[in-house]
Design a protein around this ligand. Structure first.
Ligand code: WQD
Length: 334
């Protein structure tokens, strides 16, 4: 029985495939390389010494997706496919609603048709919107989102809740990621955004490496300790392991909708990252203060208690290690 991983050549997807293979799971990857590169597939094989099936298809193509289910014995799906940059989503809402929401619907319909109803969904802390109650707990109101990316994830969460209400045989885990950074210790896989990075860490890493000139700090007038944005950064390997734990939970429970924050419970600012990155890399990260970015909010971080209690999961890599592993990846590959 296999686990189908959509977006499995992507940043979080590839790290999760490594962990799945290393605990002996059988994996099938579906990816269209819209935000990933083919070389990642060989890197996964090199790290694990294991193989997996791969289909280069767009998950919006229900016909080709159905063929994957017909050709394989799939018992669960982890969905990473989707665009994920907050800033970019405010400029390209149609691309985001099509790829993220229509794509998820395409996948869920094909799963339903093939009677595969165990589903792990890659959601995000930004579904909490401008919530003032920090740290975020899973019972907080969602939907007051501040950008199209977050709204697509909120819509899919609501679709999943309605699907379960109509058919209790579904078995769904919704994982609300905080800010994934870092890379596998081998330095063979890491974050590879297409073009100029939207996210902070890949941008900082490229400035340290001399690939980009200087970092634009989007606002230093936020209501945070040093005025710059504060986020709950989580090591991508911790995040990947959270998916294994969620899958095990679903295999135990058999049906339901289970929602978990995957974060560290700690917040770090943009300038904290600059300072720590300079420490671990020994390189300077020049920056300039720029106006705020549309869609951004001051500060958020998680309360990860529920995942600890119900999944037996907690993040183990600290902020310095996250910066070290991100630097190791960029330093080895550029
Ligand atoms: C972090 C902070 C920016 C870039 C994240 C991920 C996204 C998704 C949703 C999981 C903010 C500041 C950034 C730069 C900067 N995660 N910044 N200069 O916006 O919190 O969104 O959560 O599903 O993958 O993007 O992350 O890294 O873009 O920004 O000053 O060049 O860094 O203002 O305060 P964000 P980010």
């Amino acid at each position: 029985m296999s686990i189908l991983v959509t977006g499995g050549a992507g940043y979080i997807g590839s790290h999760t495939v490594v962990e799945l293979l290393q605990v002996g799971r059988d994996v099938i990857i579906v990816d269209n390389f819209s935000n990933s590169k083919p070389k990642v597939l060989d890197a996964i094989r090199q790290i694990t010494g294991k193989n997996f099936k791969f289909y280069e298809i767009d998950y919006l193509d229900t016909e080709k997706l159905d063929k994957v289910f017909k050709e394989n014995d799939i018992d669960a799906v982890i969905n990473f496919a989707g665009f994920k940059a907050v800033g970019e989503s405010t400029k390209k809402p149609l691309d985001y609603y099509t790829n993220n929401v229509a794509g998820a619907l395409s996948l869920l319909n094909v799963m339903n048709k093939n009677n595969v109803k165990t589903f792990v969904f890659s959601s995000t802390a930004t579904v909490y919107g401008n919530s003032t109650e920090i740290p975020y707990t899973e019972d907080l109101k969602t939907g007051d989102t501040t950008n199209p990316y977050a709204t697509t994830k909120y819509f899919i969460e609501e679709i999943l809740k309605d699907v379960y209400k109509a058919d209790n045989s579904w078995n769904i885990a919704i994982l609300r990621y905080f800010n994934p950074i870092g890379a596998h210790e081998s330095g063979l896989i890491g974050e590879e955004p297409q073009g100029i990075p939207n996210n902070l860490m890949p941008y900082v890493a490229r400035v340290a490496k001399g690939i980009l000139k200087e970092l634009s700090v989007f606002g230093n007038d936020y209501n945070t300790p040093d005025g710059t944005g504060v986020r709950d950064y989580i090591h991508v390997v911790d995040l990947a392991i959270g998916h294994i734990k969620a899958l095990e939970k679903l295999e135990k429970e058999k049906h339901g909708v289970f929602i978990y924050n995957l974060g560290t419970g700690k917040g770090y600012s943009v300038l904290d990252m600059v300072k720590t990155f300079e420490e671990v890399s020994g390189k300077k990260v020049p920056y300039k203060i720029e106006p705020r970015r549309p869609g951004d909010i001051d500060m958020f971080y998680s309360d990860p208690t529920k995942a600890k209690e119900e999944l037996g999961w907690e993040a183990t890599h600290d902020f310095k290690q996250m910066c070290k592993d991100s630097w190791n990846y960029i330093d080895k590959n550029y």
